[in-house]
Design a protein around this ligand. Structure first.
Ligand code: NIG
Ligand code: FE
Length: 411
């Protein structure tokens, strides 16, 4: 089946050659074609150009995009969408003065979500998560990374990862799975964190690897959670099983997690609300991409990742949602992009690059996703009539999406 989108006001993020990453100054450049067409064959982008070059093109299905923009779907490289229930009471507790740390210290937070998840059946967990995945697809997400980490036992982690596998099978979007092996110290290991790390190394990672349930390994490297030594032990073990790191670092404290990630060849280091010069130096000349999660900063009222320092140092940057019940109960990439522009002083070009091609890089799929390139997957957003792409982040909070095409199919 072929689909031809015609009269596109502006076709955004057109990359002739197969770009897989944009960094530094290049992030300010967002290549586009005005008054364009896009031709899709089955699930693949096969041609595009100016309308004047579309004469004679035929297709089974023609979509008229007069006054509308077409752009690649969002690539959300950091989520925790498989979870049970919610944490709305903790939200109210924070409004009334408790901090995220206070809540975690009294046994809430991640431990609260773990208890809920352990007591939820696999089918129920799947149903709850599927609703969220469908919702973010409707909001323009066409590729997504999903982490485990609310299991905190081998059995519950495997349950989460099987749910991710089922989502991957039943939904058309690209899904990458990450084993967030060490997310919090479980209650039973409260005074024996080492023993929990031993369990991760001796049982969890080998089992997940044997069942081929994860593409990546993650650790919450943070004070009160897992320190550099714990993280190093886990990454060392994971590397023997071929699991590449994508790690949580510098959310509340900067103490060398970035350099550790780079040392282990991390694909991405995520959060970075706290950032020092050593972190920036460690990232230079590496293949590790920093990932910012502005909706998390917004929801927790913590600093925003200093995007300008990273980009102005010549580094790449990706944007993702961090969709999870505790720090970011939202998977809306459109809000992420607006917030990155408004609060992090990223230009619309930088934010769109960060949420498409660089987001794809941050989950290892930018050879097939993240730009309008011949041969890449036909995953595109068609907007409602809008004046320009600047309008997308500018008019924040509105839904500018008319339709979403995944693998060549209108959703
Ligand atoms: O990325 N920081 C660690 N993990 C999540 C939040 C976990 C939670 O509060 O449930 C995050 O923000
Ligand atoms: Fe996260």
């Amino acid at each position: 089946m072929t689909t031809l989108i015609t009269n596109i006001k502006e076709l955004i993020q057109v990359r002739e050659t197969n770009h897989t990453l944009v960094s530094g100054q290049d992030m300010k450049v967002l290549p586009t074609i005005k008054n364009a067409f896009l031709l899709i064959d089955h699930d693949t982008i096969v041609d595009y150009g100016e309308m004047s070059d579309s004469v004679g093109l035929k297709a089974d299905n023609i979509i008229d995009a007069t006054n509308k923009l077409v752009l690649p779907t969002w690539c959300d490289s950091h989520t925790h969408i498989v979870y049970a229930g919610n944490r709305e009471q903790e939200f109210v507790d924070r409004i009334n003065g408790l901090s995220y740390e206070d809540i975690a210290n009294r046994g809430g937070g991640i431990l609260n979500s773990a208890e809920k998840l352990q007591n939820t059946s696999e089918d129920d967990l799947y149903e709850q998560s599927a609703v969220r995945l469908q919702n973010v697809i409707n909001l323009g997400t066409g590729a997504i990374e999903i982490k485990s980490g609310y299991g905190l036992t081998v059995a519950a982690e495997l349950k989460m990862l099987r749910v991710i596998k089922r989502l991957k099978k039943n939904f058309p979007v690209k899904v990458k799975a990450t084993l967030l092996a060490a997310h919090a110290v479980p209650k039973d290991f409260k005074n024996n964190k080492e023993a929990f790390v031993d369990l991760v190394i001796n049982e969890l990672i080998p089992e997940v690897s044997k069942l081929q349930l994860a593409n990546y390994i993650d650790v919450f490297c943070e004070k009160g959670y897992f320190d550099l030594k714990d993280t190093e032990r886990i990454l060392e073990c994971a590397s023997q099983f071929g699991l590449v790191p994508k790690i949580h670092v510098n959310q509340f404290n900067a103490f060398g997690g970035v350099a550790l990630g780079v040392k282990f060849g991390a694909l991405s280091v995520d959060h970075l609300e706290e950032l020092n010069n050593e972190d920036i130096e460690a990232l230079k000349n590496s293949r590790t991409i920093p990932v910012a999660l502005p909706s998390c900063s917004y929801f927790l009222s913590i600093p925003y990742t200093p995007a300008r320092r990273l980009i102005d140092a010549g580094l790449p940057l990706a944007l993702a949602t961090d969709y999870n019940p505790g720090s970011t109960p939202s998977g809306n990439m459109n809000f992420v992009i607006s917030t990155a522009c408004i609060k992090m002083k990223m230009t619309p070009e930088e934010a769109i690059n960060a949420a498409t091609i660089n987001g794809a890089y941050a989950m290892g799929i930018s050879n097939m996703y993240g730009s309008i390139t011949k041969g890449k997957k036909a995953n595109v957003i068609i907007t409602k009539p809008v004046p320009s792409y600047n309008y997308l982040p500018y008019a924040f909070g509105d839904n500018h999406i008319d339709s979403v095409i995944i693998n060549g199919q209108v959703q």
